[in-house]
Structure formats: C-alpha cells, structure tokens
Design a protein. Sequence first.
Lengths: 371, 290
Amino acid sequence: MKLFEYMGKDLFRAHGIKVPAGQVAATPAEAVAAWRHVGGPVVVKPQVLTGKRGKAGGIRFVDSAAAVAAAAGDVLAMEFGGLKVDKLLVEEKIAISREYYLALTVDGAAGKTVLIASASGGMDIEEVAEEGIVKRHIDPLVGVMPYVGREVAGRLGLTGEPLKQFADLVVRLHRAYRASDAELCEINPLVWTGAEFVAADAKVTIDDDALFRQKDLPRVAEKTDVEKAAADMGLAFVQLDGDIAVMANGAGITMATLDTLSHLGGAPANFLDAGGGTGTEGTVKALELLLGLNPKVIFINIFGGITRCDDVARAVVRFKSERLVKVPLVIRMVGTNEAEGLRILREAGIPAHRVMVEAAASAVALAGKGA
Amino acid sequence: MAIIIDENTRVVVQNITGRQGSFHTGQMLAFGTRVVAGVAPGKGGQTVEGVRVFDTVDQAVRATGADASVVFIPAYQAGDGAFEAIDAGIRVLVVITEHIPVADEIELVTYARQKGVTLVGPNTFGIVSSGKCKIGIPSNHFFVPGPVGVVARSGTLTYEIAANLAAAGLGQSTVVGLGGDRAVGLSFVEVLTLFEDDPETKAVVLIGEIGGNAEEEAAGYIAGMSKPVVAYIAGKSAPPGKRMGHAGAIIERGRGTFAGKVEALLASGARVASLPHEVPALIGNVLQER
C-alpha cells in the first residue's frame, strides 16, 4: 500500500526526521489558509500516487494569496496518469544547498533490506550512473546503528556536521521503515539546506502482508473498482484488454496460461491468480468477477495442490446453475482430488480437459467463433 | 541419492490439527513420507492421521528424532513457529505459509542461514524427492523417480511441468520450490549446485518467472555446469508488474524482463522452452545427446 506524500511525511516527522512545515488542502480556499499558516513562499504539490508530478507541471512555487488560489485551482483540476487530485500539500519553500537521495527497500536477491544513497538527488535516480550510487545491506539481526550512517555518509563524500547529521537521519529512517512495516521509504530529494537535512519528498510503500498489525496507519485505496473487489477477496487481479477471461491458481501458472493463450492467437481479458486453497465460496465469487468483464469465453485452468479440484468443480456447477451463465466455460482440471472434481463436473454435464495446451486451444477457438 | 531430503528424513508437521495441516499429513503419509510427529500448542497428546501431536517442536524433536519440519501456520503466527523449529534443532525447514510480512521473512532467512538450516520457502509448495519423501502440498501422483532435477519459483506451474515430464516417461530426482516471496531461504544457484553434485540427477529443469534477478544469477552458474539445463520463464505476455518507486528499479538495473532472462539463459548454454509443454521434449533431447 502506497502512502500519499503528506502521510509519508507524517511518518517521518513522528520519527524525528525534519520535513518542511506544511498543511493539506482540498480546495483553493483551504490552500490560501494553509499558505497563511505556513507563511512566506510556498510550494503547492498534488497528492497523487505517482512520480513525475514535477515533469507534468504539477508542482508550483507561489508567494501570494492570489497566486496560491490560482495554482491550487489549476493543480486540483489536473490528472496524473489517469489519477485525479483530491488533496494538495502546501508547504514552505526550503533553501537548497545540495540535493541527495536516500532510500530503504527490500533486495530480494540478497534476502535483506538495502540502503541506497546518492549525492545526485533530485533527478531521476534511474539515470544516475552505478558509480554514483552507494548500496549497503542491513543485517536484520543487527539493524542500523549510527556507524552504518557514518559509513554511508563517508562514501557519499560527506564530512563534519553533515556527516553526523546524515548518520542520525539514517538511523531514524530505518526506525520509521521497521516500525511501519514499510517495503520502501524513499527521500528524493533529501535537501541539505546548509544547516540541516530536510526530507523534501516522501515516497513510502507499506507491505500489504503486514497491514494486519499496522492498525494506526491510514488506509489508501489505489485500485480500480474491479481490482479493489478482487483485492477484497484476496485475489491477485490485473485487467487486460482481450476477450478470454482467465482464472488459474498460482502466479506462475497464471502467467504461463496467458503466455499459452497469446501464443495460440488468443487475447486474455485479465490476469487472475485465485491463489491456493480458495475453496468453493471464493471460487464462485472469483467467477462472478470474471463475468463482469463481458468475456467471450471463461477459461479455468486448475492444477490442484493446496487448491482442491472438487472445491473448484462444486463452484463451477453452482456458478453455472445459479447465475444461468451463457458464456462458454473451458475447464482444465488436474491434481488434488481430481477424480472427485471430474465426477462432479461430469454429473452436471460440464466437459473438462486434462491437458493445458488442448484446453487453451479450445478456449481460443471458442473466442474466435464469437468474433 | 536425492537432494536435501530422502527416505530417512523424519518430518514434523506444525499446525497438524489445521485444515491444511491434517489434510496434507494424510497425503504425505500416502506418499511414503515418514511423518513422525505433529505440533499444535495446547493439543499435545492427540493424534492426527495416526501421528502423535506435541505442544512444542522441541518436545516433538526429543521424542521422535524429527530432523525436518513443515509449517502450515497462518501468516501472522508463522514466524514464531518457524523460529521455534530452528531453535529446536530442525535441519530442513519447509514454510508453506504465504503472506508472511517481508520483514519477518528477512529475519527468518538470516537466522536460518546463521544456524545452518536449509530453509525451503516461505510461500513454497515444498520439496519432493520422488519415491522417497514429500514435504509439502503437491498432488502425489505426478512424482515418479527419475533423472530430472526440478527447481522453481512458482508452485502450480511446477506441477504442470512435473506432470508433463511424468507423462513423457521422464521421472524426477528431486523437485524444489524456492518460494514465491521476495525473501526466501534458497537461491537457484544453491539448488543447482546440489543437483550438479547429485549422481542421480542427469539434467535439470529451471522454472522461473519475470521480475527480480534470480534467473540471471542462475545463468551465471549454469555456464559452468556439467549437466544440461532446460529453462522455462513465465510471463512473456504478462503486463508489467508493480514497481516499488525507483528503488526497485535501481536494484534490478534493467534486469528482470522476460527478454533479458531468456538471453542470459541462452548465453549460459541452457535450452529455453517457449511454453511449458515443450519442456519434456527438450529434456529428452539433452538426455539423448549425452
């Protein structure tokens, strides 16, 4: 779950990381009030869950009531990658002596948290050369002590007061990262004002799997309605633009199913990983979700492991009879409790395949017929 | 021979009284796995599928000499159970549970390494040495003893390919699921190293997917292997996955794409199947060429 910038800054502030003075506004009038509260020149920033706000002209520096109101009106009407702007952050314009980059995130290959820092902050970090980036893995059983921060600061070329302050900041950022179960805490730019470090931006992503123990954090929805419905059911779902709705169990085989359909000339309508052990109830709901895509065919590809074929078969029978489904269903089913699953389908008069590529070919053919 | 587990492995099932734990205990026993104990706090003294239940892993290990454990504990408590198994002296720890917070997984992976425990998972289907021992959840009947080692990141796709191999008369030595999460105990390279040294394994199937750089690292090792490797990478047609700000992109530095992985694997000398059902024929070819 991504946090809005102002939420990320609240998190940082709570852990003693300096952020610019600011206030959230939802209307031009509120923005003017925020400007009065902050005092002096301000920056108006749209609160949307995407980078590239600056490049899209969404970040405005202003210093009068009229200019703040006009900028707020403009930016509230903008869209960023299809995302509407509900809120603005109005905050003090800070003096910039130098810009740095600092982040903590998960390095899956190492199985560790990695600290990433650069003296070339502010710009698109992907364009910074490898030599300009410092990376250091964090031992989870040790954590981050100030020496780790000093070591990284030294590699960035910092000395004296900035080195000491940077070390303190790294410790605090790691504390914020762990306390919130974040999988990304990114500050870009991290501004050295000449006297102190200030987090001028905050990009924070919380580990969805840890939300159960993060009850104090705000909740941010960033999905489309169908994706949200799928997420509420615990399903991984991505909408695509084809006409063959797909349900499979497991991310790998779902991708392989899409690959196979595409290879045979078909066009998948979605990626839906129904996961393991979904049960009958969950499977019926997942199928109803697919129906909402108005597909020409629904292709169900189940290789039972923790998912049991009989659960899925019962779901398919219920789905077909209760919803009077006319869309053709192509079912491929093998694995755990396969015999029972196939028997349930057979008794309901629903044919099933055992070989994936044959089932996929049948789904592609059925989609073609409807075209 | 087989890798990591064999007919002498003695298994304890954690949360054996749960829906998945009890069901798969029955399946593992049917496979021939020596399930010697179960653990369910507060339920010590009961039996499940004829297997004695203990309150703690430590009690189970002392009473039965179990050296492997499989964790069927829900995500919010799984870390506790996994650390418990390591402290009880378990040698091979298989964590089936998915959705464990990544911070907990990172600690678990590090602790297991420190204690010399082989951690399979988290979020894995498990590990199967055909004809000898299954610790995990795949259906039993696709595993027949044979010369092919299989290592994979994703579960169901592995069953698909193992079943295709079996249907083509090609059995498997050991099938290992690394786990689908970002922080897992084993890497492709560690498992490939074990297969390279296993006399029973004559060829290896590597099943990867887009994202991360595990397949690229594997390619670096495959180039020096004496045994042939056939790879399949899922996700050729998948939409771009979620990216974690810029930081994720920095780690990968342009790696992680389907094309990049296939290119690295082909350069290492591996054969690459474009679809799962092509794997058996490619394995057949490389085995004949030897």
